[in-house]
Ligand binder design. Structure first.
Ligand SMILES: Nc1nc2c(ncn2[C@@H]2O[C@H](COP(=O)(O)OP(=O)(O)OP(=O)(O)O)[C@@H](O)[C@H]2O)c(=O)[nH]1
Ligand SMILES: [Mg+2]
Length: 592
């Protein structure tokens, strides 16, 4: 897919000199990289605190760098951000990066802007798939990393084992001698301590600051040379248009630059008389795609401010200005746009942001983006899946992953009753697996996956094992009706919710879909049989989040997203239409 979009009206660029200041100063530029949740943002808090960025009595939120509301709610970093501290006269620019695999491309670009990296590895979990990815990129760029074995305060921490595993990873990734010589620190982001020797507990982060000063080279740009800057990331302002952010390799800028046409990531700005390009930055290709469709449910327009096809289209194209891994393609229908991204979280964050802005829309089931292989055959994306589970659940996991066409590539039994398994699995095979996994391991398992490579199409995969309950009419959900249904189903709706014909009301415990009346009142009689009749005890409905919904729905279903609700529905709302379609499909099947 090519990047498509309307022309940007205001083609102005402002060069942000965030990482290389105009004035001369002793500077260190460092990025903190790690697998998700290994403690990057918490460490930045402590670095800011200990370098005196806050007043002694200042109330500071935890994880200050996770400043946008979605980040705070989910407790994860979505956008890389930079901050700076002054450590005894040295200005340390710190870039906090996201650890989730969907945002790996952004980390890769950030690595081009800094002179050093701090690799954080959880002292219990050890190197995880994303640790491997960011470490590989950092080493390939020639960075000499500083390694922090973090969370050593954890009861299950095994810092020495993890130290060895990190060295093993470096060797695996063909680190140079110099890189293998990386300084190792044992840290607790939470406590704000670092030490080089495990038998001497740390008391503060001084050893970390010292390591940054000692091992991260000074930026080597030459401010008197002709100007050259590599654009590594984009931002957007409605006043300025596209904003190019990057690292100035040479020269200096005193004023904002304006009026550049068609700035893209990987392009180089130079002075006119010295036009030398720098090696470009590859922007990662999307692997999954969903349709964004104008909301045409019977409840359309009730809860959102922006609902028209025009508004939806403009909003999606505007997103392209800064969301570089995203693609938007028009389709045959003006009401539908195919939006492609790096994963369910990447697309889910866009949907969540839009609904908070007041948009209403519908989305289809995600599909993988296939490619042509070397001999013209069909290729699809494969993921590396890493699973940690207590031994007793190993069987359950393997039983489910087999039919999903996974292949185990490694199994380790590091003791303590846990098993770590690594699989190669088609991205399609993972759709809908997370919720099954959590059920199968009673919430004790941990799973992570990230894009691995394109490979030959793995063949057909079976879909959802259970059918759904479909509301057969519009109305208000009644407790009495749910009471009768819940024995054979798990509900998605609660009493008082509004439903329409074709909306999904629950999951059937059997494979078939079932049309049900969830608005059915109890027949009123003069006689009360038993007192309990009136008090149905209802199981709480299943919480449907956007990410859950994306994994859950089938091809003949849609997710209706509004600022207030997430509803699941059949594409064909009328039961009669669905029956007709099912009969037609069966005829085709019989004929073939
Ligand atoms: N025990 C312990 N927990 C920690 C430590 N550092 C961070 N945590 C916890 O780990 C969780 C994740 O911390 P974050 O700082 O958000 O991790 P992150 O690496 O920024 O995560 P992403 O940005 O989503 O990749 C939080 O619940 C922290 O409180 C530590 O040193 N010890
Ligand atoms: Mg973070």
């Amino acid at each position: 897919m090519r990047r498509a979009g309307p022309p940007v009206r205001a083609r102005y660029a402002l060069v942000r000199t965030s990482l290389r200041e105009v004035w001369d100063f002793v500077i260190r530029n460092i990025a903190i990289i790690a697998h998700v949740d290994h403690g990057k943002t918490t460490l930045v808090d402590q670095m800011l605190r200990q370098a005196g960025a806050f007043r002694a009595n200042q109330q500071v939120a935890e994880r200050v760098m996770d400043s946008n509301p979605l980040e705070r709610e989910r407790g994860i970093t979505i956008l890389a951000k930079n901050t700076a501290v002054n450590w005894h006269g040295t200005k340390i620019n710190i870039v906090d990066t996201p650890g989730h695999a969907d945002f790996g491309g952004e980390v890769e670009r950030i690595l081009r802007m800094v002179d050093g990296v701090l690799i954080l590895v959880d002292a219990a979990e050890g190197p995880m798939p994303q640790t491997r990815f960011v470490t590989r990129k950092a080493l390939a760029l020639g960075h000499r990393p500083i390694v922090a074995i973090n969370k050593i305060d954890r009861a299950d921490a095994e810092p020495l084992r993890v130290h060895d595993e990190v060295l093993g990873l470096f060797i695996d990734l063909d680190a140079t001698h110099e890189q293998l010589d990386a300084p190792f620190l044992y840290t607790s982001s939470r406590a704000g301590t670092a030490t080089t020797e495990l038998d001497q507990p740390g008391t503060d982060l001084v050893p970390l600051f010292q390591a940054i000063l000692d091992y991260v080279p000074e930026p080597k740009s030459d401010t008197s040379a002709p100007f050259q800057m590599l654009v590594s990331t984009l931002d957007f302002s409605s006043f300025l248009g596209r904003i190019a952010i990057g690292r100035i390799e040479r020269g200096r800028v005193r004023v904002a630059l304006a009026g550049f046409e068609g700035i893209e990531i990987g392009k180089t700005f130079t002075s006119v008389d010295h036009q030398e390009r720098m090696a470009g930055i590859a922007v990662e290709e999307p692997t999954i795609s969903v349709d964004f469709i104008v909301n045409n449910s019977p409840f359309a327009g009730r809860e959102g401010k922006f609902v028209t096809s025009r508004q939806l289209r403009d909003r999606l194209f505007r997103e392209l200005e800064r969301n570089v891994a995203l693609r938007v393609e028009p389709t045959d229908s003006p009401d539908t746009h195919a939006v492609a991204g790096r994963g369910e979280l990447h697309l889910g964050i866009l949907m969540e942001t839009m609904r908070r802005e007041g948009f209403e829309f519908q989305v289809s089931r995600p599909r993988v983006i296939t490619r042509e292989g070397p001999n013209g055959e069909r290729y699809e994306p494969y993921e590396e899946l890493m699973i940690d589970v207590p031994e007793e659940y190993m069987g359950a996991v393997m039983e489910k992953l087999g039919p999903r066409r996974s292949e185990m590539t490694e199994m380790k039994n590091p003791g303590q009753g846990m098993v770590r398994m690594t699989f190669k699995i088609p991205a399609r095979g993972l759709f809908g697996y997370r919720s099954e996994f959590l059920t199968d391991t009673r919430g004790t398992g941990i799973m992570h996956h990230r894009f691995l490579e394109y490979g030959p199409w793995a063949g057909p995969l079976s879909g959802r094992k259970r059918g759904v309950l479909v509301a057969d009419r519009e109305g208000t959900v009644v407790a009495f009706a749910l009471g009768n249904l819940q024995e054979r189903a798990q509900m998605f709706v609660a009493p008082g919710d509004l439903v329409y014909e074709g909306m999904l009301a629950g999951e059937n415990s059997r494979p078939a879909d079932l049309d049900v009346n969830v608005t059915k009142e109890k027949k009123l009689t003069n006689m009360r049989t038993t007192a309990t009749d009136d008090n149905v005890i209802l199981e709480p409905p299943r919480q449907i989040t956007l990410e859950y919904a994306l994994e859950y729905i089938e091809e003949d279903e849609l997710i209706e997203v509004t600022p207030k609700s997430i509803r699941l529905r059949k594409r064909q709302l009328a039961a009669t239409d669905r029956k007709k379609a099912a009969r037609a499909a069966a005829r085709v099947e019989n004929a073939s």
